[in-house]
Ligand binder design. Structure first.
Ligand SMILES: Cc1ncc(COP(=O)(O)O)c(C=O)c1O
Length: 494
C-alpha cells in the first residue's frame, strides 16, 4: 500500500514523516515523496500532460530545503515507474510512453446530481437553436422577426458612445434614479401609483419574484398560485422551499377568488402570486371585481399580493389595463414586471415595487449581486424616455392580435373537433385543451416527427394536471413552413 503525504508541490510548510501509522500497520515512506507524490498524482490524473517539463533539481532543492541527492533519488524513482523521462542536459519531462498515458486513471470527478424534473421542464420551455430547425411554439419570448433587434442594438451602441466608461461602474443597488422615475411615470399613466423609494431594478421578472418571495416568506410557508402557473415561477417556489396551494383559473370565469377565500380560512397563506393582465398560459385577466375581492381577502388575513404585470403592455384592444396596486393603500401589494416579453429576453431588466416589504427586498437584491448591468439600465432608460418603446410596442401588439386570430383559426380548422382554446385579449400565449380521446403520447410523438414544439400542459402545475393541455406561443411570424406543420399535425390527430 502506498501512502502519500498530503503535500503540495510548491508548499513550504510541509513536514515529512518517515513512517505513518495506519491502524496497527506502520507504512514506510521515503523522504523524496515530499515532492514525488504530488508529481505522480498530477501525472496519473492527466493534469501534467506527456512532454510537460518538470521543475529542475535545483528548484526543488531550494523549495523543499533538502539535498540534491534526495531530489535525484525521487526523480530516479519516477523514471523507474515509467512516469518521467530524463533528457540529458535538459531536465526531467513527463513520459510520452503510451502505456503510461493509458494507465493514467481519469481525474476523480464528482458526479453532478441533477434534478430530472427541472432539467426536463427547462428543455421543454427553452429554444433548441443549435439543433435541427423546428417550428418552435414553446418559448415565451418575441421571435427574431418581431423582436426590435435593430432598435435595441442601435440604442446600445448610442449608450456606449454617450456614456463610455461611466457604464463600467457600480450603479445604485436599487437601480438608477432616472430609470426608476421613468418606470414610476409610466405606471402612473395607468393609475398604478408606485414610489421610487419602493422600487428595485432587477435582473428580469423572475429575479423580482425571487426577491418578493424571499422578502415575504420563509422556507415552509404556504403561497397561493394560479393553476395553471408558468414553470419558472413554480421553480422559484420550489427553490425557496415554499408550500403551494393551487387556485384554479377557470377558462370562463378566470381566477377563482372564492377558492382562495376558503383556502385562506383554513390555511395560513403568506402570499398570493397573481397575474392581473393576460396570464401565462391562459391569456385571461382579472376583472376589477375579482381584483377588489382578492385584495380584500389579502387585507383581512394580512397576505402579500405579488402581482406579475409582465404582459400588461401587450393588450390587443382599448387602453392599457391597470394593476391591483392601484387599489392598495396597505403596502401589501408587490408589483413586478420586466422588458423580456416586450423587447427581448436578453435585455435582463425588470423591476419590483416592494411596498411595505421594501427594506428586506433591497437587502435581498443587494445580496443577489448589487446592481443590474448599467448598459441594460441606460438602454431601456433611453427607449422609455423617447417614443421608441411605445412605437415598437404599438406595432408589436397589433401584430400579436393578428397572430392570435390566425392561430385560433388555424387550430379550429385543422385540429380535432372539441379542441378547446381560450381566446386571449393580450400577451402571446394560447392555452389549448385537446379532446379526452387524444392519446398524448401519440400527440407528442407526432410533434417530434413533424418538428413542432409546444409547451406541455403538465409543466404548468405541481399536481400533474393539464396533461391534455399545451401552450402555443404566437410571438413570431407564421411562416408557411409553420402553418403547414400545424396542418399536418392536425391531420394526423383526426
Ligand atoms: C409569467 C412570466 N413571468 C416571468 C417570466 C420570466 O421573465 P424574465 O425573463 O424577465 O425573468 C416569464 C417568462 O417566461 C413569464 O412568462
Amino acid at each position: 500500500m502506498r501512502v502519500y503525504p498530503s503535500v503540495k508541490l510548491y508548499s513550504f510548510t510541509v513536514q515529512v514523516t518517515k513512517s505513518v501509522k495506519l491502524s496497527n500497520t506502520v507504512v514506510k515512506t521515503y523522504k523524496f515523496e515530499i515532492f514525488t507524490a504530488t508529481i505522480e498524482k498530477n501525472i496519473r490524473e492527466g493534469i501534467f500532460k506527456p512532454g510537460h517539463k518538470l521543475p529542475s533539481v535545483r528548484e526543488l532543492k531550494a523549495q523543499y530545503k533538502t539535498s540534491i541527492s534526495t531530489i535525484q533519488n525521487g526523480y530516479e524513482h519516477l523514471v523507474i515507474l515509467g512516469l518521467v523521462e530524463s533528457v540529458p542536459k535538459s531536465g526531467y519531462y513527463v513520459s510520452n510512453r503510451p502505456e503510461v498515458v493509458k494507465q493514467a486513471p481519469k481525474p476523480r470527478l464528482r458526479p453532478v446530481v441533477r434534478d430530472a424534473i427541472f432539467k426536463h421542464h427547462l428543455g421543454l420551455t427553452t429554444s433548441l437553436r443549435a439543433g435541427r430547425k423546428l417550428s418552435e411554439f414553446n418559448v415565451a419570448a418575441p421571435g427574431d422577426l418581431l423582436m426590435p433587434q435593430k432598435l435595441l442594438l442601435r440604442t446600445m451602441q448610442q449608450v456606449i458612445r454617450e456614456q463610455g466608461a461611466g457604464l463600467l461602474h457600480y450603479y445604485p443597488s436599487n437601480g438608477g434614479a432616472t430609470l426608476k422615475a421613468s418606470i414610476v411615470k409610466r405606471a402612473a399613466a395607468h393609475q398604478s401609483i408606485l414610489h421610487p423609494d419602493e422600487l428595485v431594478v432587477t435582473d428580469g421578472a423572475l429575479q423580482a419574484l425571487y426577491i418578493a418571495l424571499t422578502a415575504v416568506c420563509n422556507a415552509g410557508d404556504v403561497v397561493a398560485v394560479e393553476s395553471p402557473c408558468v414553470f419558472s415561477a413554480l421553480e422559484v417556489i420550489r427553490v425557496l422551499q415554499l408550500k403551494v396551494i393551487e387556485i384554479p383559473v377557470d377558462p370562463l370565469t378566470g381566477f377563482d377568488v372564492d377558492f382562495l377565500k376558503k383556502a385562506c380560512h383554513n390555511t395560513p397563506v403568506k402570499a398570493v402570486i397573481i397575474t392581473p393582465n393576460f396570464h401565462n398560459p391562459t391569456g385571461l385577466s382579472l376583472t376589477q371585481e375579482q381584483q377588489l375581492a382578492l385584495l380584500s381577502i389579502a387585507q383581512q388575513h394580512h397576505i402579500a399580493v405579488i402581482e406579475n404585470d409582465i404582459y400588461g403592455d401587450l393588450h390587443f384592444h382599448g387602453p392599457r389595463p391597470s394593476t391591483i396596486r392601484r387599489f392598495d393603500d396597505s403596502g401589501l401589494v408587490l408589483t413586478y414586471a420586466s422588458y423580456a416579453k416586450t423587447l427581448a429576453p436578453g435585455i435582463r431588466l425588470g423591476w419590483l415595487s416592494a411596498g411595505k416589504f421594501m427594506q428586506r427586498a433591497e437587502q435581498v437584491k443587494f445580496a443577489l449581486g448589487s446592481t443590474v448591468s448599467p448598459l441594460y439600465q441606460e438602454t431601456v432608460n433611453k427607449l422609455l424616455a423617447g417614443s421608441s418603446y411605445d412605437r415598437h410596442v404599438r406595432a408589436f401588439r397589433m401584430q400579436l392580435a393578428r397572430n392570435a386570430h390566425f392561430a385560433i383559426h388555424l387550430l379550429s380548422a385543422h385540429f380535432p373537433k372539441k379542441t378547446a382554446i381560450i381566446t386571449p385579449a393580450g400577451g402571446y400565449n394560447l392555452w389549448v385543451k385537446l379532446p379526452e380521446h387524444v392519446d398524448m403520447t401519440h400527440f407528442y410523438a407526432q410533434c417530434e416527427k413533424i418538428g413542432i414544439r409546444f409547451t406541455p400542459g403538465s409543466t404548468f402545475s405541481f399536481s400533474g394536471t393539464f396533461d391534455k393541455h399545451f401552450r402555443l406561443v404566437f410571438a413570431d411570424k407564421f411562416f408557411p413552413k409553420k402553418i403547414e406543420a400545424i396542418k399536418l399535425l392536425g391531420k394526423r390527430l383526426r
